[in-house]
Design a protein around this ligand. Structure first.
Ligand code: GLN
Length: 473
């Protein structure tokens, strides 16, 4: 096995036992990037020199007995997350030359453990999309089939992990961007509860939904990364001040007797791929073998999650993107008037989908329509949250497909925004309600494409989700 194919846990142990160095591990990842990135297009910026320097320092930490769980382990960072002194484009040309002056809090924490950053990875611009085709740096291809999408918006993150270009990735999930591409690429992705991890230094998309979390090969690896990332941050007032558990400690604890809810609405959707449904249902049967009880439940407001999401998110998007005007950050297009500079910079620097969201959001927030759209969507959002609260009085976790279909062809949905929005049907509800969800591999279709199982839980129930994920994987 090549070093770049190790799980995080295996890499940690290998480094500890001095079987290899962080420099060797990092070189193995860089070699893989060199070989494969031209086909997959996962990395926008490869930071070889920085990575090797950080690896050397990590080896010194290990030699002097200061190894932590993430010391010396190479990872990728979604390009919508700031890393100090590194280009951070958000996959939009308006930030083509933007060098972040400070790191996101979650990155700072990983770096304090001696993490090794390989570079910045592709995504849908500012996180807008489900296929990674809304990137101004080209789409990411699925490592399992280069004619298919990797999923989005964190397609570069999921593909870089699935293709063994890195050991794990740090990504962002506003409405499925971690879970959805993890499902399409056959890896594990966790959207933590809103407020579990600091959003400081993450390019804001929809501030009331944005979360940042890991993509890795196993739930055990996710537990290690989450423990390093999580916690209260005085720079993000929405982070919750509750202790961070040792997520990895209870992974083996018995889950028999657990009540596992199967929401019927998630299996009755029109347009659902048959093979996906069968694979997910088969995976769910495995819970019985572990002594869990399967309970059919109903979440009647599920069908409103996507419409609610696509009012709230463009509204908050449009307001957050106001700062990108060609004056304060990034690329400026010259024009005779100030208004001309704004208009030209935004016209050339944003892709279609970003412009569409700014228009929809500005409309939904305008004086005459605010009550009819934004406020109403917030009310329905409360009903969706209450659906979950009610069901979590009956069951401990919920299991569903992550995506209604496996990876689709490049170009198949890119000219149909509504079809693309509907891809979020199973990942949107947790996002709207602020609860955590994890996507795990549930098998492959006959064409060899991965299918994902989603497990959702109450707010701050990551420990349980990871334990269930670990045992079911
Ligand atoms: N598909 C969702 C969207 O386009 C994903 C967003 C996200 O989680 N960043 O809004």
């Amino acid at each position: 096995m090549n070093l770049n194919e190790l799980t995080l846990k295996q890499a940690y142990e290998g480094l500890k036992e001095k079987k290899f160095s962080s420099v060797e591990l990092t070189q193995a990842c860089l070699k893989r990037i060199e070989e494969r990135n031209k086909d997959i297009n996962a990395f926008i910026t490869v930071a070889s020199e920085v990575a090797l320097e950080q690896a050397k320092r990590a080896d010194e930490m290990i030699a002097s007995g200061q190894q932590k769980m993430l010391t010396g382990i190479p990872y990728s960072v979604k390009d919508a997350i700031c890393v100090e002194d590194m280009r951070s484009t958000g996959s939009a040309k308006i930030l083509d030359n933007y060098i972040a002056p400070y790191p996101a809090t979650v990155i700072k924490k990983i770096q304090e453990q001696g993490g090794v950053i390989l570079g910045k990875v592709n995504c849908d611009a500012f996180g807008h999309g489900a296929s990674n085709e809304n990137s101004m740096y080209g789409p990411v291809k699925n490592p399992h089939d280069l004619s298919k999408v990797a999923g989005g918006s964190s397609g570069g993150s999921a593909a870089s992990v699935a293709d063994h270009m890195c050991i794990y990735g740090i990504a962002e999930d506003t409405g499925g961007s971690i879970r959805f591409p993890a499902s399409l690429c056959g890896v594990v992705g966790l959207r933590p509860s809103y407020g579990r991890n600091s959003r400081y230094g993450i390019m804001p998309m929809a501030s009331s939904l944005d979360t940042v979390g890991p993509i890795a090969k196993t739930s055990e690896d996710i537990a290690i990364i989450l423990e390093a990332m999580a916690g209260k941050d005085e720079k993000d007032g929405t982070t919750v001040d509750v202790p961070v558990p040792h997520y990895g400690e209870h992974l083996e604890e018995d889950i028999s007797g657990l009540r596992v809810g199967v929401p019927k609405e998630y299996f009755e959707m029109a347009g659902m791929d048959e093979e996906t449904r069968v694979l997910v249902e088969k995976k769910i049967q495995q819970f019985k073998e572990l002594g869990c009880e399967l309970v059919e439940v109903s979440l009647p407001y599920t069908k409103y999650a996507v419409p609610v999401y696509y009012i709230l998110v463009p509204s908050e998007d449009s307001s957050n993107l106001g700062r990108l005007d060609g004056i304060r950050y990034g690329v400026r297009e010259e024009a005779d008037t100030l208004l001309g500079i704004y208009a030209q910079s935004r016209a050339k620097g944003f892709p279609e989908e970003v412009k569409r969201r700014i228009m929809i959001g500005t409309y939904a927030l305008s004086a005459g329509y605010y009550d009819a759209y934004y406020r109403k969507a917030q009310k329905v959002r409360t009903l969706i949250s209450q659906d979950f609260e009610r069901v979590f009085r009956e069951v401990d976790v919920l299991v569903t497909p992550t995506s209604p279909f496996p990876a689709f062809d490049l170009g198949e949905k890119s000219s149909d925004p509504l079809a693309m929005y509907l891809a979020d049907i199973f990942v949107g509800p947790a996002a709207v309600a602020g609860i955590p969800g994890i996507s795990l591999p549930a098998g492959n279709t006959t064409a060899g494409l991965p299918v994902g199982l989603q497990i959702m839980g109450k707010r701050m129930s990551e420990e349980l989700l990871l334990r269930v994920g670990h045992q079911i994987q």
